[in-house]
Design a binder for this molecule. Structure first.
Ligand SMILES: CC(C)(COP(=O)(O)OP(=O)(O)OC[C@H]1O[C@@H](n2cnc3c(N)ncnc32)[C@H](O)[C@@H]1OP(=O)(O)O)[C@@H](O)C(=O)NCCC(=O)NCCS
Length: 208
């Protein structure tokens, strides 16, 4: 099965991207106080629409209803098309992943120089902490693998990361992506079929 991941930057955000969002999403965009946060949100959700439109040849509705409260901040679902989608944004990077063959989740994280020791038990399972020689060295690999899985299932952080074991081996269909220096990223597909991942530059879509 094939998955396509588009990468872009919030720097490509343009005023016309607002028109691609739903009223609920525009309200969310306007609630951001920092311009860079607004741009990241708008460009990511615009790129989702533009990538889906390029794939399908038309622009279908994207349902963003949260499974808990109904507000438009949940897992994106392409209505009426057999296409699965996932979105992630962190720092100067945006990722949009699409596949026709299986539910999927993508996660990108900017690597920070924060002290991560206090987060070890939040992120790693007891088994991982027991067998990994240096959990801090693989902190972001574990984080992005787990978050991509939890985004694929739609549970998000309602399921504790520490309940999952994905290192040193993972039983899930997970792929570490290479977003470049200073970032970590991973993709999970809920299918046992072999996956081929194509990574594309989404800047052209956002500039079109
Ligand atoms: C999904 C989640 C792990 C993403 O966290 P994050 O690292 O901050 O953000 P990322 O940039 O990687 O991903 C955000 C995107 O994931 C998507 N997303 C949101 N909820 C999702 C879910 N349950 N499953 C899959 N994808 C989800 C959205 O497209 C979102 O984009 P947006 O912020 O532009 O709307 C986190 O939002 C979460 O755990 N959500 C579930 C809990 C929740 O929302 N509770 C609220 C109840 S009212």
């Amino acid at each position: 099965m094939s998955v396509t991941v588009w990468w872009a930057s919030p720097k490509h955000a343009s005023p016309w991207h607002d028109e691609l969002l739903t009223p609920g999403e525009r309200e969310r965009a306007d609630a951001y106080r920092r311009r860079e946060d607004r741009d990241r949100f708008v460009a990511a959700n615009a790129l989702l629409r533009l990538a889906v439109e390029q794939w399908l040849g038309h622009r279908p509705e994207i349902d963003r209803a949260c499974i808990d409260c109904g507000k438009p901040h949940g897992k994106p679902r392409v209505v009426g098309a057999g296409l699965h989608a996932s979105v992630s944004h962190s720092g100067d990077l945006i990722a949009v992943a699409l596949s026709e063959q299986g539910e999927l989740g993508v996660d990108v994280e900017m690597v920070s120089d924060k002290d991560l020791k206090l987060l070890l038990r939040y992120v790693f399972s007891a088994k991982e902490l027991e067998v990994l020689p240096d959990p801090l060295a693989v902190f972001y690999r574990a984080w992005t693998r787990k978050e991509s899985l939890l985004k694929a299932t739609g549970a998000g952080l309602r399921t504790p990361m520490s309940s999952l074991t994905v290192l040193p081996e993972s039983e899930y269909n997970m792929h570490d992506l290479d977003p470049g220096p200073g970032y970590a990223a991973a993709l999970t597909v809920l299918s046992s079929d072999p996956v081929s991942v194509t990574e594309l530059d989404g800047a052209a879509l956002l500039k079109a």
